[in-house]
Design a protein around this ligand. Structure first.
Ligand SMILES: NC(=O)c1ccc[n+]([C@@H]2O[C@H](COP(=O)([O-])OP(=O)(O)OC[C@H]3O[C@@H](n4cnc5c(N)ncnc54)[C@H](O)[C@@H]3O)[C@@H](O)[C@H]2O)c1
Length: 292
């Protein structure tokens, strides 16, 4: 059974991008948000993304309008029963996600796949909020969704084979690349990448300059962006929460968050989004000198 109609719950940074790439792949989408104000903001950011593609000659005006027409915006879940797949993209908090999944379970079609875009929470725990955990799976997109090709596909220990296969085909049908992961904290990318960034912060704590750590990984490991700059861009609060998730999830000291990372978060300096982290940021968002 192919997937032609999708509901996305939550139209923040990720949900907006997810809804957009699905609509661009010729599928009908319903985006559910909490208020008309949030819907207006989703539509504004979608139009901006599409207009940029039009100005670069990557999309025609007709294709842009057709994609937008395939998206419906709603403030209630009443009509998600039309969808073959429901993707949740609300904030990364297990209690919030469980409450949203309990509600999705009430309204969604009995054959629908129920997916979470969680960055690393347990899919088994999220699925336990429903009466059909065999239909629940992780579909983890990466930011910015229109650009990043990977989707981590994470079944829980009780997800059915047919849910896994249908999810795989769906990801390919929207021109993304699925990679199958195990349902353990951080899945694959965050489990490998975030501890490396945490280790880079230990190097800064020991006295190496952020500029030197970044230059080393760019020139010696061919990384496009140094780990300290990456930390500032991801947000130090998000980084700390991810490390804490790995530390608690595996009960393993190798994931201990660096004390310097904790200090910066405690001081309210979260990186680029607050104008200061390991580096200072100018008003136009450009990066200045390191300040740690
Ligand atoms: N930001 C990233 O780079 C990134 C990358 C990959 C995965 N994720 C994951 O994606 C998920 C969403 O993250 P985000 O950055 O888009 O968050 P966000 O805060 O930008 O957006 C969350 C949206 O959900 C809406 N929302 C909250 N409760 C709702 C409800 N009951 N019904 C409908 N909408 C509701 C909010 O109004 C908000 O617009 C999280 O699980 C996060 O871990 C984030």
């Amino acid at each position: 059974m192919s997937i032609s109609h999708v509901s996305v719950i939550g139209g923040g940074l990720m949900g907006t991008g997810i809804a957009l790439v699905i609509a661009e792949a010729n599928k009908k989408v319903q985006l559910i948000e909490v208020s008309q104000e949030r819907i207006d903001s989703c539509l504004f950011s979608m139009k901006k993304t599409l207009e940029r593609k039009v100005s670069k000659g990557k999309l025609s005006e007709e294709e842009m309008n057709a994609a937008l027409q395939r998206i419906d915006f709603k403030t209630s879940m009443d009509s998600i029963s039309e969808s073959d797949l429901v993707i949740e993209a609300v904030p990364e908090n297990l209690d919030i996600k469980k409450a949203v999944f309990a509600k999705i379970d009430k309204f969604a079609n009995e054959k629908a796949i129920l997916a979470s875009n969680t960055s690393g929470l347990s899919i088994a725990a999220i699925g336990s909020a429903t009466k059909r955990p065999e239909n629940v799976i992780g579909l983890h997109y990466f930011y910015p969704v229109p650009v990043m090709e990977l989707v981590e596909v994470t079944p829980s220990i009780v997800t059915s084979q047919s849910t896994i296969e249908r999810s795989y085909h769906f990801v390919e049908s929207i021109f993304k690349k699925p990679v199958k992961c195990k349902d353990y904290p951080g899945f694959l990318v965050n489990r490998l990448l975030i501890p490396m960034v945490n280790e880079a912060i230990y190097c800064v704590m020991e006295g190496t300059k952020p500029e030197d750590v970044d230059a080393a990984m760019k020139l010696g490991a061919n990384h496009r962006m140094g780990p300290i700059t990456l930390a500032d861009f991801v947000g130090l609060d998000v980084l700390l929460a991810t490390m804490e998730g790995l530390y608690e999830g595996f009960s393993d000291s190798k994931y201990r968050p660096c004390p310097l990372l904790k200090k910066l978060v405690e001081s309210g300096n979260y990186g680029k989004k607050t104008g200061r982290g390991f580096y200072q940021y100018n008003e136009d968002g450009s990066k200045g000198k390191s300040v740690v």
